[in-house]
Design a protein around this ligand. Structure first.
Ligand SMILES: C[S@@+](CC[C@H](N)C(=O)[O-])C[C@H]1O[C@@H](n2cnc3c(N)ncnc32)[C@H](O)[C@@H]1O
Length: 262
């Protein structure tokens, strides 16, 4: 299967288009994901930093593990695109050449969502850096999706805006959910974000572009209805804890956040 993320995806363009400022009214989805990840960990009420966390298909994105770092013993960031992995490494090593600033996201999570102060915002960046155990390649469409040394199961797996672009058919979608299931310890959790269709049909396809101006490489999303997605998750062994829907600006799709337990 051809994967346009290998050559065509520009991680820096993705960040500058979609990850500018989660507190801005223009922000489409990053505030929605951050709010739900924050809520998940708050509800879990873990007091200790004991969780082994994987963000699979993380892209060049740091923000989805900001809340997580308070609860994690270790965080592994994995993506298909080597360009995204380079950007993550630049952030980790504080490379002055990195042309993206994550400070609005740290501020949003630590100040707005957690109600803490400026000092904690600065400390959180260092806390997160200290928790990142590895930045590795992965392919969720292959068995095994991760290099063997990182395949032992995790307590929490985050998979945000990946499967809807990586799976071309419903059987492939289900296979990928199964692979996620295998990566999670018994009693562990999946935090899944996908595009879904608000219509009553089980699934549909939608074209989209990484650029807001609708130019450049065309990608295709496989959008399931939240009901059909919940069914597939149950079939592969998850029990659903929470489902949140957020309207997209495109007529045929929403963003859906699901937390599920193995
Ligand atoms: C829309 S971006 C989402 C990035 C990030 N998780 C987020 O929430 O913004 C889709 C990501 O999926 C990754 N991806 C695409 N196909 C993949 C595959 N087969 N295995 C793992 N990751 C894949 C891409 O490299 C890209 O980083």
């Amino acid at each position: 299967m051809e994967n346009k993320y290998r050559d065509d995806f520009s991680p820096l363009q993705y960040l500058t288009e979609w990850y500018k400022d989660p507190s801005s009214p223009d922000d489409l989805f990053s505030h929605f994901i951050l709010q739900n990840i924050h809520k998940f960990f708050k509800t879990l009420q873990h007091k200790d930093e004991v969780l082994d966390v994987l963000d699979i298909g993380c892209g060049p994105v740091i923000s989805n593990v900001i809340s997580t770092s308070r609860y994690a013993r270790s965080i592994v960031l994995a993506d298909y695109s080597s360009k995204s992995l380079s950007l993550l490494n630049q952030w980790l090593t504080k490379d002055p050449q990195l042309k993206f600033d994550w400070s609005t996201h740290f501020k949003y999570v630590v100040e707005t969502l957690e109600g803490k102060g400026e000092r904690e915002v600065r400390e959180r960046e260092e806390l997160l850096r200290s928790k990142i155990k590895a930045i590795i390649p992965c392919d969720i469409s292959q068995d095994p999706p991760l290099p063997a040394s990182y395949s032992s199961p995790y307590d929490t797996v985050i998979c945000s805006l990946v499967i809807d672009g990586a799976a071309e058919t419903v059987p492939q979608y289900k296979e990928q959910l199964k692979r996620l299931h295998c990566l999670i310890k018994p009693g562990g959790h999946l935090l899944l974000v996908v595009g879904t269709t608000p219509s009553s049909i089980d699934y549909c396809y939608e074209r989209y572009y990484m650029s807001k101006s609708q130019t450049g490489t065309e990608y295709c999303l496989l959008l399931l209805s939240p009901k059909y997605l919940s069914l597939l998750l149950k079939e592969v062994g998850f029990s659903i804890i929470d489902v949140q829907n957020h309207p997209n600006n495109r007529p045929s799709s929403n963003y859906t956040f699901i937390s599920a337990k193995v």
